[in-house]
Write a protein that binds this ligand. Structure first.
Ligand SMILES: C[S@@+](CC[C@H](N)C(=O)[O-])C[C@H]1O[C@@H](n2cnc3c(N)ncnc32)[C@H](O)[C@@H]1O
Length: 292
């Protein structure tokens, strides 16, 4: 099966997880199962992997990919913030390592019907979990100029946030904005001289995606809830893809320095070869801490 998502910083994440074959690990972002498969391949009885992802579509693909693995694993369609109930269900009181590989997978990005991409026509959806009631279209078509501008500024760090928010509100007076390309074109028209390496809608799409999936609150909740489950020496490995995520991870590790030893004072970045082979890895940053 062709890779539908190229796992980022794969060797590095295995190294920093320092997997002990008979221990218990949790992959909080199973996605297409790339990291999960590599963790499982390093385990022997009674080693165990608990896999989490709130996207049922991608979790089904991961289940197929991992089906032939002999080591014990279970997959759970749930959010970071519910990790405690997953551990309770699995009868787990301590884990020896946790991996968060944040953001969306290439599968989600490339599937136009999911509405994540400003390069393909699709519904303005962006929900990783389709049971989530709020879509990007709902935000775009109902928020006030003020709220839209704040959202695009806070989650996209977009300096033209107000101009974009005003244009959205003007455009939707004529007709609701329902598709990815409608929104991307509207934003592109506001910045005719935009730098051609970065699409002018990049930051607005990032902001909407973060808001729809409550990504930053989820990350904070996931980190907070997993901390008490880390056994002594357990590794916490987090791969982030933008500064808002990385700031939360860095701050979390610093705040808990009494319990956590930071093993990566500077984040680990993908090498040139990986960046060339997988351009989506370019913004990745890996941080690791060990439970004291
Ligand atoms: C970058 S992908 C992970 C790719 C995976 N490591 C692999 O090798 O295929 C991130 C995954 O995390 C999931 N995800 C993001 N936020 C989540 C959350 N709050 N709760 C559960 N899953 C989440 C997404 O649905 C996505 O499948």
């Amino acid at each position: 099966m062709a890779e539908i998502h190229q796992p980022v910083l794969l060797e590095e994440s295995m190294f920093w997880l320092a997997i002990q074959p008979t221990d218990t690990y949790v992959d909080m972002t199973v996605g297409a199962g790339g990291h999960a498969l590599n963790i499982l391949q390093r385990l022997t009885d009674p080693g165990r992997l608990i896999g989490v992802d709130h996207d049922p579509e991608i979790l089904a693909l991961a289940a197929e990919k991992l089906a032939s693995q002999k080591q014990q694993f279970s997959l759970h369609q749930d959010a970071f913030s519910n990790i405690e109930s997953i551990f309770k269900k699995c009868n787990v009181s301590k884990i020896n390592g946790a991996l968060f590989d944040l953001g969306v997978s290439s599968y989600q990005l490339d599937k136009s019907t999911r509405g994540f991409s400003f390069q393909q026509e699709g519904p303005l959806d962006m929900r990783m979990n389709p049971q989530n009631p709020v879509t990007a279209a709902e935000i775009v078509n109902t928020y006030s100029v003020e709220d839209l501008a704040n959202l695009i500024w806070t989650y996209g760090e977009e300096s033209h946030s107000r101009k974009i928010a005003q244009a959205i509100v003007e455009a939707r007076k004529k007709k609701a904005i329902k598709s990815t390309l409608e929104l991307a074109t509207l934003i592109a028209q506001l910045s005719p001289n935009a730098h051609f390496f970065i699409h002018p809608a990049t930051k607005t799409f990032q902001a909407l995606r973060i808001a729809v999936n409550q990504e930053l609150d989820e990350l904070q909740a996931g980190l907070d809830h997993i901390l008490p489950y880390l056994a002594p020496e357990a590794r916490l490995v987090v791969i982030s893809f933008h500064s808002l995520e990385d700031r939360i991870v860095k701050h979390f590790m610093k705040k808990h320095e009494a319990e956590l030893e930071i093993l990566t004072p500077k984040p680990i970045l993908p090498g040139k070869a990986e960046q060339r082979l997988n351009p989506r890895s370019r913004s990745a940053k890996l941080r690791c801490a060990k439970r004291k």
